[in-house]
Design a protein. Structure first.
Lengths: 78, 78
DNA sequence: GTAAAATGTAAAGTAAGGTTTACATTTGGA
DNA sequence: TCCAAATGTAAACCTTACTTTACATTTTAC
């Protein structure tokens, strides 16, 4: 079975949520205990965070993972 | 900065949700296009799925990731 | 009680998430 | 304008998620 997950595109609203709370990338990184580069990489779509990270991020923004990370429509069937 | 994420414990309700929908591990695996062993590994806590997989799993069960995957209380501060 | 279905387990390999260090560029305020 | 803060970028490295194949054990149905 070939890997279809890696081809899935996930959009996120990190930058906007950060703005709402007036947090810098470094602030957010510190809050969830990861490197600033990790936040940057997620925001710029370089990669999708692990579920543990996603849980923490959604928690900080007082919302759900689904609100922050959205799987592209066409990828639900992959 | 050392990696704290790997030490986080995440419980999940996959087995129960599967029972509700009367799906075998193989059924679920087929629905989200992963191997049966992947489902088994997640269910038995061997590892936490990626966010993409978690999104798909929650979607199948018509719920949210937070309902299916719960970070242990003490790990929110890690 | 036996066959089939479901679940458990394991090993080797690949890809993606995340780290560290380091430096370059952009933005904003005095 | 100039300094500092914020953001962007990159490379080398390690860990974990997920795959494939294969076989063992447990459950379920007849």
């Amino acid at each position: 079975m070939l890997n279809l997950i890696k081809d899935c595109v996930v959009k996120n609203t990190l930058k906007v949520e950060r703005a709402k709370k007036n947090l810098t990338q470094a602030d957010l990184a510190k809050l969830i205990m990861v490197s600033r580069q990790t936040i940057h990489a997620i925001e710029s779509g370089k990669y999708v965070p692990s579920t543990v990270l996603a849980l923490k991020i959604a928690h900080i923004f007082e919302t759900t993972i689904e609100e922050v990370f959205e799987l592209e429509e066409s990828d639900w069937s992959k």
